[in-house]
Design a binder for this molecule. Sequence first.
Ligand SMILES: Cc1ncc(C[n+]2csc(CCOP(=O)(O)OP(=O)(O)O)c2C)c(N)n1
Ligand SMILES: CC(=O)[C@@H](O)[C@H](O)COP(=O)(O)O
Ligand SMILES: [Mg+2]
Length: 650
Amino acid sequence: MSVEEDTANHGRLLGTVRSPQDVKRMSGEELDVLAAEIRDFLIAKVSRTGGHVGPNLGVVELTLAMHRVFDSPRDRLLFDTGHQAYVHKILTGRQAGFDKLRQRGGLSGYPSQAESEHDLVENSHASTALSYADGLAKAYALRGEARSVVAVVGDGALTGGMCWEALNNIATAGNPLVIVVNDNGRSYAPTIGGLADHLSSLRLNPGYERVLDTVKDALGSTPLVGRPMYEVLHAVKKGIKDAVAPQAMFEDLGIKYVGPVDGHDVAAVESALRAAKNFGGPVIVHAVTRKGYGYRPAEEDEADCLHGPSSAFDVETGALLAAPSVKWTHVFADELLAVADERPDVVGITAAMAEPTGIAKLARKYPERVYDVGIAEQHAATSAAGLALGGLHPVVAVYATFLNRAFDQVLLDVAMHKLPVTFVLDRAGITGPDGPSHYGIWDMSVFGVVPGLRIAAPRDAATLREELREAVAIDNGPTVVRFPTGAVAADLPALRRVGPVDVLAESARTDVLLVAVGSFGHLGMEVASRVAEQGYGVTVVDPRWVRPVPAELVELAASHRLVVTVEDGVRVGGVGDALAQAMRDADVRVPLKDLGVPADWHPHGTRAQILADLGLTAQDVARNVTGWISGLDNTPVRLTSTTDATAAQN
Ligand SMILES: Cc1ncc(C[n+]2csc(CCOP(=O)(O)OP(=O)(O)O)c2C)c(N)n1
Ligand SMILES: CC(=O)[C@@H](O)[C@H](O)COP(=O)(O)O
Ligand SMILES: [Mg+2]
């Protein structure tokens, strides 16, 4: 089926849209039809691939209006977090790509400069768009370029501190800049916090709307009323706005506020955007939308409005088609609750992701012991420090990639004060569909340098439960427990334990010490089996606590001919690097080869695909290990895979 035929199946009008120009010419009626066709298209496509169906159904009219009022790519349209840019992609010539959305070689789930000149911000971390916009607007002002900058930011992203740093600067700079607040009242769950309350008071205040309509009607007849009366009525409107709306917070900041406007009414949004475009300074357009709008399974999904089904789902119900599996997250959630039953000092913190991180299970039983701080990981870390100073043991559950932005808080607010805070990092390592800015590959390197901080990398459910308990038992410094996305690995029992280190396999020959970090335990076992076929003996160990590296690892290394480490994290500064340094410090002169993820921006795909691309499979690792150990027997080392070549380069 051709793209035209496929798209046309979702509607005659959608089939005619190849660029934003095509929607500029459409009538109001056509736009209503097109919006329905886009919804049909989104549900049909994303139900097959998985993705952010809820957020994108909520911005159909908003995005149509933006592309009608502004001229992308000359005018720059930015999408905070970027998960709600599917409609933008549909309108900018990428409908054909949705069959491979978030798949290797296919459309990214976020804006991508490589895909289109209409895309700019690729980072999927929330609360950055207003800062980009501030910088862009300053650049255009300085260069004398008359180009609009428009940033869409969700109510959830607005709970992130960077947004307020940006608003402070945007107000001061006074440059023309349009901020579209996409207020659907939700992050995953309903958005928390004073700001969300303020926004909801603005959008839900019928008195404000009714009174305003009355005044507008009066103002509307202004031509019949002399100038003085106009001023009076205008002052009345402003006074009412100030009086009725709890506070014109944004305008007090120095940023014009327009709204609230019905975000599902293209004409209303267009009108607000045109006013904002011509204002000549920074303007907030407050659009009220509904997450999942027009698709009942999303609208009625109380958990997260079908925020981001991870794979194909049933169109009728919104339920995932894949059979449920026991995920790392579930094991963590259950064990945290068991710990909390025993330890009243243990409390939980989430950054607007209670369900995705499993903290919600604790909140359901102990609501008073779980804090949702909004999308505010820096605040989460230092607030946890405060909780610890107050005698509690906080467990901060975030995706590994999102803790990056709180490095300074972990280093100085938590670790320097030697505070008992446990950071549980879900989605650590290569995740897959969300691409490079979601890869949790930095934590063992970045946080591995923090004095007094200890990092655990469990290999299966049993060690996750065990290491979580060990972590919350540590009261003289921070701990990290990190595990990957997806189904939890089958339990892999140890033969014996040397200090904190589990010996998983050993042989009479001590040719190779294979340090399999975290969930790579099973990979280590398969490598040992393959290498044994070549006549070499491999000792497979799981360090369990990977940073700082256990001294027992150095001792074990000393009794082998070759050490190989393999980790689901960047090589630079990783476990392998740290072990090599510890061996140098102990003058243990055994060659070490470290395998891991090159520090780079790796494309999206499935976790298995990306790991295979990086040579992090049992077959590739075994081939490398065999080459290296045979090389020690004076037979040439054959560079056999990309990782090998990479290792040789670094
Ligand atoms: C720093 C950071 N923390 C957490 C997330 C995970 N996340 C992705 S979207 C989202 C909710 C965003 O809510 P909002 O900004 O209101 O957008 P909506 O989905 O409602 O359109 C969260 C928490 C993220 N992308 N970035
Ligand atoms: C943008 C967003 O929501 C991300 O945090 C991501 O999509 C979550 O993906 P998973 O929860 O499926 O890992
Ligand atoms: Mg929202």
